[in-house]
Design a protein around this ligand. Structure first.
Ligand SMILES: [Zn+2]
Ligand SMILES: [Zn+2]
Ligand SMILES: [Zn+2]
Ligand SMILES: [Zn+2]
Length: 305
């Protein structure tokens, strides 16, 4: 890459590297962690993409962050890869030494790039060193598939996942904010491969996942029912729900706040944030000869004022 030094000269002119305080000012904004998006820089697009290429580690191909290392010939390397190349530059095989590439670090600081979830609707433009932090919390970042019990790798926005649950997982879809579900399992002794059921409810213009499942707690199988909100936690808090299971004059009631599907299904389950039913109670509520699990869960979702 013989043209490396030319890139630097171009950059200095185009993105105002000569202005010493600019980088710091941007870093300060970043520290505040706010959504600072949407000021309008007018960078030369080809320069920006050249610099982005320069900031790609030649070994792991990830974006480099300080400290960025370089060999005496100017080849760069990320700090994660440096310890793994046994002090040899992976590009020219010369001794690597301990030289930091401050120029490239500064150029990176002056770079502003769109959020990588632009395609999902995020209009944010962020200083290079703030971009990753923003992306880890970007409200447009896609959701994981909420289906439990499989290692489904589907990701996407909510409309995509609703279609995916319906078409690929054959999940039951219901309209309305009240429900009345019967869960039947013929051999409740077996919970090794824990059973789980998912129903999706559509109400208030939103989608909710009702989970019902058995899992092993110590030696005993336990059943849990809980609701998750298909959206971010900040919105999930606007809703409440109740679940009820009963028979033979007994009744258990749970009232809760749906958890965002950003929280994994397992995380919600392991925190018992739902209606938890011990097996003995579940069998008692099933009536009959305790050979079959047969519980009816009724519930309601409402919007808090
Ligand atoms: Zn690397
Ligand atoms: Zn080298
Ligand atoms: Zn974003
Ligand atoms: Zn899926």
């Amino acid at each position: 890459m013989a043209s490396g030094s030319n890139y630097f000269d171009d950059m200095a002119d185009d993105v105002g590297l000569a202005e010493p305080t600019k980088g710091e000012a941007m870093m300060d904004v970043c520290e505040l962690g706010g959504d600072i998006a949407q000021h309008q820089p007018k960078p030369n697009i080809s320069v920006v993409s050249s610099v982005r290429e320069l900031l790609e580690c030649p070994v792991c191909l990830n974006a480099m962050y300080p400290p960025i290392h370089q060999c005496s010939n100017g080849h760069t390397l990320c700090s994660g890869c440096k310890p793994r190349v046994h002090n040899r530059c992976p590009t020219c095989r010369h001794e690597l030494g301990n030289i930091r590439c401050l120029a490239l670090e500064k150029v990176a600081a002056s770079l502003e790039l769109p959020c990588k979830y632009q395609g999902y609707g995020c209009l944010g433009i962020y200083p290079y060193y703030c971009k990753m932090k923003h992306e880890s919390q970007c409200s447009f970042r896609p959701y994981n598939c909420p289906y439990a019990g499989s290692e489904c790798t589907a990701v996407g926005d909510i409309p995509y996942l609703v279609t995916h649950l319906k078409d690929d997982h054959k999940v039951d879809m219901h309209n309305g904010s009240t429900f009345n579900h019967r869960y039947v399992k013929s051999n409740p002794q077996e919970v090794e491969n824990a059973t789980w059921m998912l129903t999706v409810f559509s109400c208030f213009g939103q989608y909710f996942c009702l989970h019902f499942e058995a899992f092993q707690m110590g030696m005993a199988p336990v059943y849990i029912a809980f609701l998750r909100f298909m959206g971010d936690d900040s919105e999930a808090k606007n809703y409440s729900y109740s679940l009820e299971v009963g028979a033979n004059g007994r009744k258990m009631i749970w009232q809760g706040v749906p958890r965002s599907i950003r929280d994994s299904h397992k995380k919600v389950r392991d925190s018992y944030d739902g209606l938890v039913i011990q097996r003995n109670m579940a069998l008692f509520l099933s009536g009959g000869d305790r050979k079959e699990l047969k519980v009816r869960v009724t519930g309601r979702i409402w919007k808090e004022q």
